[in-house]
Design a protein around this ligand. Structure first.
Ligand SMILES: Cc1cc2nc3c(=O)[nH]c(=O)nc-3n(C[C@H](O)[C@H](O)[C@H](O)COP(=O)(O)O)c2cc1C
Length: 328
């Protein structure tokens, strides 16, 4: 998943499904944690992963506060913390729990990246937790994280469900990030939406419909291509195929609703993440009549010198022409 989208998607929600997590996915979570940065590369983090069928599970659940009762449904409970034998202090600064926290953050993001939810908790009692997992004295547990596939919010108690329904809130940037010296708020200069979106109609032909009665998913990339070609023609002024100066390095689609033959389909496109030799297009295929979104998609283009057979810098002329359509 694109990282900006991952940051938006991660939430500490509480409705878990009973569906077990595949062993490969569990391994990927800890692989992400393992590659986290740490002071002097001491890697003080340790994790104890407890699934539903582990003998210690019942005792671990008993150590969790009643207010976090929803966590018992999660197929995986992960106790994380720092191992004291690796304690690393610089002057008075103890990096043990700091680095354990970094590793947990990597794990949380990876969980969302692979379609799971992961909810860290401080609401548990240390003594019974230590006893449940036979933790050594030099290990400092700091969080228990409930991990699993998203479940049905209707299964939650009403009070818990209401917590999950609250929109997320954060302090403003200027409260937490200072410019130059303490107390001078950093201005909020987050990338805004583009000045303009490029939009073009996408006609759906009878032959685009498959045996399931909707536009075949494999065809969606072609619809994006139609929109991209229209953008290149209308905005960049490219009409001949030999003027195309990029290759598609990556495509991803999120299907939200099937496109049927009678649907009116419009493609919306803008440009993001421009780097030296690559840029990203974000697309929406939607129905302008009722606002239904059919597909959200992204492609990454790499500017390419076809004659030399290698990537080249994105041309300043292209950037000049697409400026109004670029986010941020
Ligand atoms: C160390 C830590 C402890 C937390 N403890 C609990 C907890 O015991 N119970 C709970 O419901 N949520 C707990 N949370 C979740 C926070 O309430 C949540 O992260 C915060 O409200 C921000 O919401 P978000 O994670 O959805 O962005 C904890 C989060 C962290 C990082």
């Amino acid at each position: 998943m694109d990282f900006a989208r991952l940051i938006d998607a991660r939430r500490s929600t509480r409705a878990f499904s009973d569906r077990p997590i595949e062993a490969g996915k569990v391994a990927r979570l800890f692989e992400a944690a393992r590659w986290s940065p740490s002071c002097a590369n001491r890697q003080p983090w340790r994790f104890v992963a407890v699934s539903k069928d582990d003998p210690a599970r019942a005792a671990l659940e008993d150590a969790i506060d009643a207010g976090n009762g929803w966590a018992r449904r999660a197929p995986l409970l992960v106790v994380s913390g720092g191992s004291g034998t690796d304690l690393l202090a610089v002057e008075t600064r103890d990096y043990l729990l700091h680095d354990a926290g970094l590793a947990l953050m990597s794990l949380l993001y990876r969980a969302f990246d692979v379609g799971l939810i992961a909810h860290p908790m401080a609401g548990w009692k240390e003594a019974p937790l230590r006893a449940a997992l036979s933790l050594p004295d030099d290990f400092r547990p700091i969080a228990v994280t409930a991990i699993g596939y998203p479940g049905n919010p209707a299964d939650l108690d009403e009070a818990v469900r209401k917590k999950d329904e609250k929109p997320p809130t954060r302090r403003p940037i200027g409260d937490v990030a200072f410019a130059g010296r303490w107390g001078v708020p950093l201005p909020a200069v987050l990338p805004g939406p583009p000045e303009r979106y490029f939009e073009t109609p996408i006609p759906i032909r009878f032959s685009d419909i498959d045996a399931m009665g909707h536009v075949n998913n494999a065809l969606t990339l072609t619809l994006l291509e139609q929109g991209r070609m229209a953008f290149y023609a209308e905005v960049v002024g490219v009409r001949r195929i030999e003027e195309i100066d990029f290759v598609i390095a990556e495509s991803s689609c999120r299907y939200k609703a099937p496109i049927l033959l009678h649907d009116t389909v419009r493609l919306r496109l803008h440009v993001t993440d421009v780097s030296r030799s690559a840029f990203r297009f974000r697309y929406l295929l939607f129905d302008p009549d009722d606002g239904r979104v059919f597909t959200e998609a992204e492609t990454v283009q790499v500017a390419y010198d076809y004659a030399a057979g290698r990537p080249r810098p994105v041309s300043p002329g292209f950037l000049e022409k697409v400026r109004a359509y670029t986010e941020g």
